[in-house]
Design a protein around this ligand. Structure first.
Ligand SMILES: [Zn+2]
Length: 345
């Protein structure tokens, strides 16, 4: 990112690790909608910032205090790389270390992973070794898509056998759908209009698909739940309309679990009556993609055990040299794009 609205290649020196850090030689990365938000100014002006926060690679160099990793190790870094000594981390919210969303460092407060080499702070806490039988192009989904999507299910407090609606089936919504199934939901409803994403949603565990261009989401979800509403509504888009629907379709005592990013407007609106005029025991949870070694190891275990295969979401693959075209496809969401993979030499 050269500046707001402008991307292109540039030369930078290979980063060097501090005592606790590592430098990773990139082998695979995924482009994210967040990269587009960043280029459009979503996190404010940035100049000559390397984009990308979903990457895997091989350890190139480690700082002298790093204990668990050596050059040559195949590794995954979470998209969020917290400062683990921070008070927010000690309080159980490492994504918020260093201030609101402060764990989000790649392509925000430092260079990201769309480069031949990237720097990882606190390597022992933020890297995980990739098992031999998990390929890079699969492991890279753990950095953000699995972590954020599963967070949506985890924060949704899904009771075993419970009812879940996932609003929007982009890659995060798809992984929230898969996460809801893994958490033991009895009925998973996917809200989506794009045929390719509807098909993936069914593959990942949606029992019912609601197409918001053809039917009223709230009515249909209430129908599917005998008028009760769902135990958990996962908002996976970040839009006023879907957030309101999520409140409306959640039963009293249920949870609205938000994963969406709200990039516009001064307020996010809550429908007053369906919120039980503030008294319906409806919980709204929010979160930013959790990072950290233990979480990444758990996500990799899901892949190693073949509980889930995220690679059908890869609709496009480009070499690093083709990054500009790759970014354009991801940014404009053309050619039925779900997720664009970048491979490195
Ligand atoms: Zn991302």
């Amino acid at each position: 990112m050269r500046q707001i609205g402008q991307v292109g290649f540039m030369d930078k020196p290979v980063p060097r690790p501090g005592p606790l850090d590592a430098v990773v030689k990139t082998t695979a990365a995924l482009i994210c909608t967040s990269d587009s938000h960043t280029v459009r100014g979503g996190i404010g002006p940035r100049e000559n910032l390397t984009l990308g926060h979903e990457g895997v690679g091989v350890v190139h160099e480690v700082g002298e205090e790093v204990k668990g990793f050596r050059p040559g190790d195949r590794v995954l870094s979470g998209a969020i790389t917290p400062d683990w000594g921070d008070l927010a981390s000690q309080n159980g919210h490492p994504s918020q270390s260093g201030g609101p969303l402060g764990g989000f460092k790649f392509a925000n407060s430092k260079d990201g992973v769309f480069a031949e080499y990237f720097h990882v702070n606190e390597a022992d806490a933020n890297l995980a070794k990739i098992p031999d039988d998990v390929p890079d192009e699969m492991a890279v989904y753990c950095a953000d898509m699995l972590s954020t999507g599963f967070m949506g299910a985890e924060n949704g407090h899904i009771p075993i056998g419970g009812t879940v609606a996932v609003l929007a089936q982009g890659p995060v919504g798809l992984m929230a759908t898969a996460g809801a199934r893994l958490r033991g939901a009895g009925l998973v409803i996917g809200v989506e209009s794009v045929p390719g994403r509807q098909r993936l949603a069914r593959e990942y565990g949606a029992d019912e698909i609601v197409d918001f261009t053809e039917e009223d989401v709230v009515e249909r979800v209430l129908d599917l739940t005998q008028g009760q509403g769902v135990d958990t509504a996962i908002e996976a888009l970040g839009a006023d309309a879907t957030f309101q629907s999520a409140i409306r379709i959640t039963k009293p005592g249920g949870t609205v679990s938000n994963t969406g990013y709200y990039g516009e407007g001064e307020f996010v609106r809550i429908p007053r009556v369906e919120w039980g005029v503030g008294m319906a025991d409806k919980t709204i949870t929010t979160g930013l993609c959790p990072g950290g070694r233990l979480r990444m190891e758990r996500l990799l275990r899901i892949l190693q055990g073949r509980r889930l295969d995220p690679t059908p979401m890869t609709t496009h693959t480009f070499r690093f040299e083709e990054m500009e075209r790759a970014f354009e496809i991801s940014d404009k969401k053309i050619e039925d794009m779900v997720k664009v993979l970048i491979t490195f030499p």
